[in-house]
Design a protein around this ligand. Structure first.
Ligand SMILES: Nc1ncnc2c1ncn2[C@@H]1O[C@H](COP(=O)(O)OP(=O)(O)OP(=O)(O)O)[C@@H](O)[C@H]1O
Length: 746
């Protein structure tokens, strides 16, 4: 449709602003002139049955607020032809400040295209990011090490491990020799065994054999409860042949009384989180570090981030005090052997360097990058597994929720990559997303049914079928049920994990998700460090990370020990600079198209009787399905008081979270650069911000008028309208681009 013909019905032009605009813009079109009141223009267009062209005009010109005539002092005669600003490289709002007072250049498709094309141009100019290389496996095996043959056979039989990873090859002999070490290696490279094997080896050698009464000989400090549990379990497995060595675990959230009882019985290798360890060290007489000769501090940088610096220093002090007291009583015999310390981190920060000065004596520095040296490197030097594919996706804020749904549906229904972790900024966000996804994805009444035959398909479905064939993807499992209203978009288990859950629930979720072959885990950064969750296919970051190193840890939950994995980062336009920041740290990401996932969403909606029925009016195009789903979710939230309150809480917590990015990235993740109202949609909220805040506090809110129920026009007209313009236009990549990808041509 030609915009010129649709808008040449009116009068006037932009007046003197034209000059300013023409400096920037190059396209000549006739535009309605006096920038009339929107309703006026609409009426006029309606009369000509061209209502949809109002939005078309807005999209073409970049103008989204039509002004009152009175407000525009520069009215030009009717039909004047002016230059319409085509968003070009170097387009800046400031350039036509005057015009901007009159015209609001909103986050529309054109402006987004401009930001994106500028970003892409900048990225093209950059040299391709050369990732730091790290070889994962060495050619050596555990049997080549001077360790007990039982350990070797135990590793092979119970853990299926025989080859050494590079970090293990370098670290184990050094730790066995009793030298302190500072280890830095990529995520999922087997750091736990790198220190656990030498500790077990050293302790099993002690004669007479150690007994429970000999107290703690090795202390392992880790930042999170799940990591404590996981590390404890590694020791349990390793100690199978050496039953006289007893591992134990102390972590917040457990009953102190039962922990005290276990401490009284005696623990040889103690794993714990700093807070709880210190608590017991101060209050439980049974916990002494008299003969503790091994100290491991894992994920040291995270410990500092979580504010455990004081606790760790206090623990180090206690270790020294207990040893000194012991030596005063018993002299410097066996018990006073020097303490060996190991510090581990995938990234090294100045704080970690300070701790290494405090806790380690003449340490060896182990770094497994090919380019690694002996010098402590910058925090920005990060190694990621070479088997990890990394992507980013640009979504408008309004469509973030449906984009995430589309992504998850596409992976869970149309591919084998069904184990997904989604990182979110706050606990409330995790709670809300778990709930809304349970509504959308997981319908317990849905059972895997027969695959429908091609004959049963409607036109929409066969259209989807051709898309699927083109993309060479599997047929979805179509749920066929007696009750037509039933049917989930994807039948997948949804989990949540954050710090404000009961320890019992946390442990249960962690263990279940770890062993599950498929599922979606929504979590905060509590799961970003050290957790070894088996074969995670995708790590999705809906809330961008706080730093490059946070990014590295999060994506490190996938592609572990040589397995393949992928990571996807959701960004809005204003956040694109973060991709450049990652590039500076030698991490390069590829772009993924949101529209591709909407096609999968459409297929899934067509395969689900419930959603097909619900989104009946929107099924024509993938884009409209996404918009329809957004509306539907908003309705679900509005009509469910509990869910609404959760959404409001999640939104307010997001606002706090988004305002608290560290200063290094605050210019990128900046509240002033995003549209808070649009982000409210990403929590399926159709409410004024003031009402959202009230609702989050449990205060009564003004009832909202229901969404006007449109009686769908006859199909032919509907098709014309939808192909002309849709609400979706506000956020998609440019039309040109969509045509290029062939999606709109079908
Ligand atoms: N030599 C090996 N061969 C095969 N698998 C191994 C080997 N060493 C360790 N693994 C396995 O690799 C997985 C990851 O190990 P681990 O959790 O120790 O990695 P990590 O380097 O500590 O990761 P992160 O940095 O995320 O904490 C575990 O499941 C472990 O059993």
């Amino acid at each position: 449709m030609d915009v010129t013909e649709s808008i040449s019905i009116n009068v006037g032009s932009f007046g003197s602003d034209v000059d300013k605009l023409s400096k920037v813009g190059k396209t000549r079109s006739t535009v309605p002139a006096s920038i009339p009141r929107k309703s006026k223009l609409e009426k006029a267009l309606k009369r000509k049955r061209k209502i949809s062209k109002v939005e078309d005009f807005q999209r073409q010109t970049g103008v989204d607020t039509l002004q009152d005539d009175e407000e525009n002092p520069h009215i030009q005669p009717a039909g004047t032809t002016i230059s319409v600003p085509r968003i070009t490289e170097g387009f800046k709002r400031k350039k036509f400040k005057g015009a901007h007072n009159k015209i609001s250049f909103s986050e529309d498709a054109r402006e987004q295209d401009s930001i994106q094309s500028q970003f892409r141009a900048r990225m093209l100019e950059k040299q391709p990011a050369e990732p730091l290389k790290e070889i994962l496996f060495s050619t050596e095996e555990f049997k080549d090490l001077p360790i007990h043959p039982f350990t070797v056979s135990n590793l092979a039989q119970n853990m299926n491990i025989s080859k050494l990873t590079m970090v293990q090859k370098q670290a184990i002999p050094v730790i066995l020799s009793g030298t302190d070490v500072l280890v830095r290696s990529q995520t999922g490279s087997g750091k736990t065994l790198a220190y656990a094997v030498p500790i077990v080896e050293a302790l099993q050698k002690i004669r007479p054999k150690l007994s429970r009464k000999d107290g703690v000989h090795a202390l392992i400090i880790v930042p999170t409860r799940e990591l404590a549990l996981q590390t404890y379990e590694v020791f349990v497995k390793l100690l199978k042949p050496f039953t006289w060595i007893v591992p134990g675990c102390l972590m917040g959230g457990e009953k102190r009384k039962s922990e005290k009882a276990r401490l009284r019985k005696g623990i040889t290798i103690l794993v714990g989180t700093p807070g709880r360890l210190l608590d017991h060290a101060n209050k439980t007489r049974a916990l002494r570090f008299d003969r503790t000769s091994w100290l491991v501090i894992d994920e040291a940088d995270r410990l500092f981030e979580l504010g455990y610096e004081r606790d760790i220093n206090a623990l180090l002090q206690l270790l020294d005090e207990h040893r000194q007291e012991y030596e005063v009583c018993y002299g410097t015999g066996y018990g006073s052997r020097l303490r060996h310390s190991v510090l581990l981190s995938a990234t090294l920060t100045p704080a970690v360097k300070n701790l290494s000065n405090l806790a380690l004596r003449n340490p060896s520095y182990i770094e497994t990058t090919e380019e690694g040296g002996t010098e402590v490197k910058k925090d920005t030097d990060i190694t990621l597994p070479s088997t990890l594919s990394q992507y980013y996706m640009i979504t408008p804020a309004k469509l973030r929720l449906v984009s995430l749904i589309a992504f998850i549906v596409s992976k869970c229904q149309f591919s084998e990559e069904r184990k997904i972790i989604v990182f979110l900024g706050t606990q409330d966000m995790v709670d809300f997303h778990t709930d809304i996804f349970s509504v959308v994805l997981n319908d317990t009444s849905a059972a895997v049914g027969n695959i429908s035959s091609e004959d049963d398909m409607s036109d929409d479905e066969s259209e989807s079928e051709s898309f699927r064939k083109k993309k060479k993807i599997k047929r979805p499992i179509v749920v066929k049920q007696d009750d037509e209203e039933e049917g989930a978009l994807a039948d997948i288990d949804v989990f949540r994990l954050h710090g404000n859950m009961s320890q019992q629930e946390r442990t249960e979720v962690f263990k279940t998700f770890r062993s599950a072959p498929r599922g979606v885990l929504f979590c905060t950064d509590v799961a970003s460090r050290g957790l070894d969750l088996t074969l995670v296919d995708w790590v999705v970051q809906l809330s961008p990370p706080q730093s490059v190193s946070h990014y590295a840890h999060r994506v490190g939950r996938s592609a572990r020990v040589g397995a393949h994995g992928s990571a996807l980062l959701f960004l809005v336009d204003s956040e694109l600079q973060f991709v450049e920041k990652l590039h500076e740290a030698r991490i390069s990401l590829e772009e993924q198209e949101m529209s591709t996932y909407f096609e999968y969403l459409k297929m899934a909606v067509n395969a689900s009787p419930r959603w097909k029925n619900e989104l009946e009016d929107y099924l024509l195009k993938a884009e409209t399905v996404a918009v329809g789903l957004q509306h539907s979710l908003e309705d679900i939230v509005l009509n469910d008081e509990k869910l609404k309150q959760k959404a409001c809480k999640a939104y307010t917590s997001w606002m706090r979270f988004y305002s608290s990015y560290p200063k290094e990235v605050r210019s990128i993740f900046n509240m002033k650069r995003v549209h808070p109202g649009h982000f409210a949609s990403s929590f399926a909220l159709r409410m004024a911000p003031s009402q959202i805040v009230r609702c989050s506090k449990g205060l009564p809110t003004k009832p909202l008028p229901p969404r006007p129920k449109k009686t769908p026009p006859p199909l032919k007209r509907r098709q014309q309208q939808q192909s002309a313009v849709s609400e979706y236009d506000s956020g998609l990549p440019s039309i040109k681009k969509r045509h290029k990808s062939g999606i709109n041509n079908r």
